[in-house]
Design a protein around this ligand. Structure first.
Ligand SMILES: Nc1nc2c(ncn2[C@@H]2O[C@H](COP(=O)(O)OP(=O)(O)O)[C@@H](O)[C@H]2O)c(=O)[nH]1
Ligand SMILES: [Mg+2]
Length: 222
């Protein structure tokens, strides 16, 4: 029995704010989904895919472009409209060597304050490059998130770059690597081909409202 998942219609997607300090975070609004991961992993590309917009978030071949947290509000339509709005947060990438210690410290402070004290934060999506796997930075991030009571989902991205046997290896490695620190099955996604986007949307909508969403997502194909 396979459930047919589809991404919800995104009626509107708008930039809210870019903030570089905890003190200047925008006032709380809709539930927030944070997209985290090292610099260049594909956060902005994935965010554009989720929003079904080509250039809402700026993507870049140059690592380390995003200096603060960038917020976008989405209005959803269609049958999933029981949760019509949510906010996506494009987090600053870590693991970028060519920034000063001072800058790194200020990112860290912003990120920690946000994760620990944002009341509307509903889900942390941690993006991991499928070809690199979970390295020290990801492990550290996941272990820290596990100490907070925030739902976390791991999404391995750029899977379009993997061949069939490499995909098999990623899946195998996930079983041993992830269970201790993450909740939910890791997703395989691509911002390039949109593979896994309906599954990621499903995870997001469930995190926003687990019980209601589980009922409304029962597909006619069951
Ligand atoms: N092949 C492939 N390239 C991707 C994917 N996602 C992002 N990229 C590329 O990776 C680079 C960094 O993407 P970006 O979204 O700016 O990463 P960010 O720094 O995490 O926001 C860009 O050149 C993207 O085109 C993906 O799923 N597949
Ligand atoms: Mg980016």
């Amino acid at each position: 029995m396979t459930r047919q998942l589809t991404a919800p219609e995104v009626r509107s997607a708008t930039f809210v704010a870019e903030t570089r300090t905890f003190a200047s975070l925008p006032p709380v609004g809709p539930p927030e989904v944070a997209i985290a991961g090292r610099s260049n992993v594909g956060k902005s590309t994935l965010l554009n895919r989720l929003a079904a917009r080509h250039s809402l978030a700026r993507t870049s071949k140059t690592p380390g472009r995003t200096r603060g947290i960038i917020f976008y509000d989405l209005q959803l339509g269609g049958p999933l409209g029981s949760h019509p709005s949510l906010r996506l947060a494009d987090l600053p990438g870590y693991g970028y060597a060519r920034v000063s210690q001072t800058e790194r410290a200020s990112w860290q402070q912003l990120l920690e304050g946000y994760a620990e004290r944002r009341p509307t934060l509903a889900l942390f999506v941690v993006l991991v490059d499928a070809r690199r796997g979970i390295e020290a930075e990801e492990r550290q991030l996941l272990e820290w998130l596990a100490t907070l009571s925030i739902p976390v989902r791991i999404a391995f991205t750029k899977v379009d770059k993997l061949n069939a046997s490499q995909r098999g290896l990623v899946r195998d490695s996930l079983r041993s690597l992830v269970p201790r620190i993450a909740t939910g099955t890791p997703l395989l996604v691509s911002g390039q081909t949109s593979e896994g986007i309906p599954e990621l949307w499903d995870a997001i909508l469930r995190a926003l409202s687990p019980s209601v969403e589980a009922r409304s997502r029962t597909s006619t194909n069951d």
